[in-house]
Design a protein around this ligand. Structure first.
Ligand SMILES: Cc1ncc(COP(=O)(O)O)c(C=O)c1O
Length: 385
């Protein structure tokens, strides 16, 4: 099956569920045994649940992995991965411009627990060479395109370097989705999604999904999931399964709208710089063409010429259609002020070093008519001229 067909038909057999055409919601914590020791496929929902299983298998298939695991939030998914593979004394190398919540988890939990955390600018692969030459690294954690400045790292090159040094390679593929980027095919071991975003697509579920390639890693993650129990509920799994069925048509519109919006924003006098990997001027455009399929994502970020919180606030206050909200990846366009929202846990110095400044706005381009999106943002930006 091709990708678009997989999103609709993979991993589910109506014949196994009273011919229900859509995966039923097994709103159920337990499954009855007829006798001691009976071998039945589902026993207790923390271990597995039929609705969750369909979702986990579907995303595993979309990412070309061997097994998937669904959690109650994206952060619970990242934590399950790191908790499975990292121990006190181990070293993790993570991309410097990592999602703010993942940064907080590393600095406030894992570093306190004794894990050696190194943030590195992996847009320069030589930086990874340098670290690998000096330190035994347990895990390398990538995120591309990054949040919010949409920097790219070379997945295949970094994965090859890390694996040659014996490290496990994980990636946050939330911004790209498996439609745009399939990291397991590029040598990565573990793919993570905040399914809260594009996989769900309708801003009504919080969820994380992890997919692995190696059955040995699947066994370890399954044990963590059962032991720690941060699994996703069946109703949420059904909603994300529904979202995935329209992933391709939604993404095509997100990609087209974002590409058009980025082009128009470049011409606006209140905008100093547009960050979008599809633009020829983007610092990693060539790499984007190499490793991203179909398009360059639905998120566009901008630096306002007036680099201040007041200017950013003026734009936000003057928007009528586009709402300010923390998340992204839904059908509706949203705007985010990263410095005070997603990356507020970082110190001013760290934010500055990463380019997360007060006059930075991140736009999650929805699937509305592009003219309505443009009119709204254009009108709000005009208040700054
Ligand atoms: C790139 C990225 N990774 C991880 C997360 C965390 O996911 P969740 O909010 O579902 O816990 C987010 C949330 O914004 C994100 O944008």
């Amino acid at each position: 099956m091709k990708f678009a067909t997989q999103t609709i038909h993979s991993s589910y057999q109506p014949e196994e569920h009273n011919r229900a055409l859509m995966p039923p919601i097994y709103q159920n914590s337990m499954f009855a045994l007829h006798e001691i020791g009976e071998n039945i496929p589902f026993r207790y929902a923390r271990v597995s649940n039929p609705t969750r299983q369909v979702l986990e298998d579907t995303v595993a298939e979309l990412e070309n992995g061997c097994a998937g695991f669904a959690y109650g939030s994206g952060m619970a998914g990242i934590d399950a991965v790191w908790r499975t593979f990292l121990r006190p004394g181990d070293t993790i190398v993570a991309v410097a411009d990592i999602y703010g919540g993942a940064y907080d988890l590393l600095t406030e939990v894992y570093a306190q627990w004794g894990v050696n955390v190194i943030f590195a600018d992996l847009t320069q692969p030589a930086n990874l060479d340098r670290i690998l030459a000096q330190t035994k690294v347990k895990m390398v954690w990538l995120e591309t395109p990054s949040n919010p400045l949409l920097r790219l790292v070379d997945i295949a090159e970094l994965a090859a370097k890390a694996k040659a040094a014996g490290a496990i390679v994980g990636i946050d593929n939330t911004f790209a989705t498996p439609y745009v980027q399939q990291p397991l095919n590029l040598g990565v071991d573990i793919v993570f999604h905040s399914a809260t975003k594009y996989l769900c697509g309708h801003s009504d579920v919080l969820m994380g999904i992890v997919v692995v390639k190696d059955p040995a890693y699947a066994k370890l993650l399954r044990a963590t999931s059962i032991n720690t129990g941060g699994v996703a509920g069946p109703m949420d799994c059904a909603l994300v399964l529904r979202g995935i069925k329209t992933l391709v048509v939604r993404m095509e519109r997100h990609l087209a709208n974002a590409a058009e919006l980025a082009k128009r924003l470049q011409q606006h006098p209140a905008v100093e710089k547009v960050f979008y990997p599809g633009l020829l001027e983007h610092e990693h455009h060539e790499l984007a063409c190499k490793q991203m399929q179909h398009g360059f994502g639905g998120v566009v970020s901008i630096y306002l010429r007036h680099n201040s919180r007041e200017a950013a606030n003026s734009v936000i206050r003057n928007l009528r259609l586009i709402r300010m909200a923390a998340s992204l990846g839904g059908v509706e366009s949203l705007i985010n002020h990263s410095a005070s929202q997603s990356h507020s846990g970082m110190s001013t110095e760290v934010k500055e070093s990463l380019g997360i400044r007060e006059g930075l706005l991140r736009i999650s381009t929805g699937i509305e008519d592009i003219e309505d999106i443009w009119n709204d943002i254009n009108h709000a930006l005009n208040t700054l001229i």
